[in-house]
Write a protein that binds this ligand. Sequence first.
Ligand SMILES: Cc1cc2nc3c(=O)[nH]c(=O)nc-3n(C[C@H](O)[C@H](O)[C@H](O)COP(=O)(O)OP(=O)(O)OC[C@H]3O[C@@H](n4cnc5c(N)ncnc54)[C@H](O)[C@@H]3O)c2cc1C
Length: 379
Amino acid sequence: MHQKRRKRVAVIGAGLGGLTAAGFLQRAEFAVKVYEQAPAFSRIGAGIILSANVTKVLRRLGLEDALVAAGIKSRQYISRAWNTGETMYEIVFDAASERRNGGPYVHIHRGDLHAVLERGVAPGTIAFDHQLVDLREAEDSIQLRFANGATAEADIVIGADGVRSKVREFLLGPEPPQFVGAVAYRAIFPARRLNGFHIPDCTKWWGTDRHCLPYFLTGRRDEVYAIGVVPAPGWDSDEASIPSSRAQYLESFAGFHPDLQRVLEAVDSVSLWPIFDRERNDCWSGGRHGRLVLLGDACHPMRPFMAAGGAMAVEDGAILSRCLQKFDEPAEAFRSYEATRIDRVGKVQRISIENSWMRGPTDTDWFYCYDACAVPLAF
Ligand SMILES: Cc1cc2nc3c(=O)[nH]c(=O)nc-3n(C[C@H](O)[C@H](O)[C@H](O)COP(=O)(O)OP(=O)(O)OC[C@H]3O[C@@H](n4cnc5c(N)ncnc54)[C@H](O)[C@@H]3O)c2cc1C
């Protein structure tokens, strides 16, 4: 066997990006292990939007049908004004747009998404309850140590460990992410609580300093997710989220159009999540011997206002795996990965900060039509 096919890759974090990279690298016969700090995937009360640029990548891992079966192929996205309810923009997802974009536009429960992604890697690939605490770089390998006392060795370490990445800390030094001054209400509830009130597959309600996005999570349209983002002066909890209430959610969107009030009145249990990001930093790889690399939120966390952070992690995973197949030398692979990804990710990061995506008429081709499995690799 060719030497490059035996490289041992340790992926830290079994999120969207880590599992995508692991799935592709395994298919290219790298020896891949994924280390995840959580004892198991938990079913957090949240949904996620996966646009065509994501679904076409996951198709290559054989996951498209399962994604669509577990989630919903959305028929439309509508932007509406908070007070008048005026439609500011509408995009229809039909067979023609699916052909044009190269994949469907899917909404899915995050718990269901993880169950699908897990099928993209070989059984036994993910080591749960493995929180990376230490990393030592020798000339020809990297030693990893986990909180449970286990150790491991790898040739390449992919830090796919999210916004509080430990691998990033080894690469760039400790630097906490920044609270962006906004929090997100997240609520999932059965559609029957709408008492027959009809809602489109996805609507974004645009206020002056806040927005709310109710959308269906299943093809049966029997489960709804409503994420509402509002300004907040600070976040002083150590928890990833805190419980909230329907009353608090409604109060935060008081004065919004009655159609949104009807949806929020149907909300059942609600949690509140802080939003963090980082200043853009284009150093995504390195280490003493050039064997560490980051992807997704570990290197470019972004505000969730374009629903694109997960998409960028999945695209990163696909491109990074292609670069590692093309270049034997990790440093060359990482250079190509960064050169291929940084401009696109920077643009998405900027639009996410602006919160301008699909507010009005928008050119979406550059985003949805992108195919991370086929675009030329830069160097
Ligand atoms: C409110 C909100 C709504 C969003 N909506 C969307 C959306 O609709 N569409 C979209 O594309 N994106 C959305 N995003 C963004 C998206 O969730 C993230 O960008 C995406 O999850 C990043 O994926 P990732 O694989 O980089 O990291 P993550 O999904 O965060 O995965 C990181 C994993 O690493 C593990 N980990 C962390 N530290 C360690 C360690 N030391 N050792 C071992 N394991 C570790 C974690 O437990 C976790 O499983 C949203 C984000 C927020 C906050």
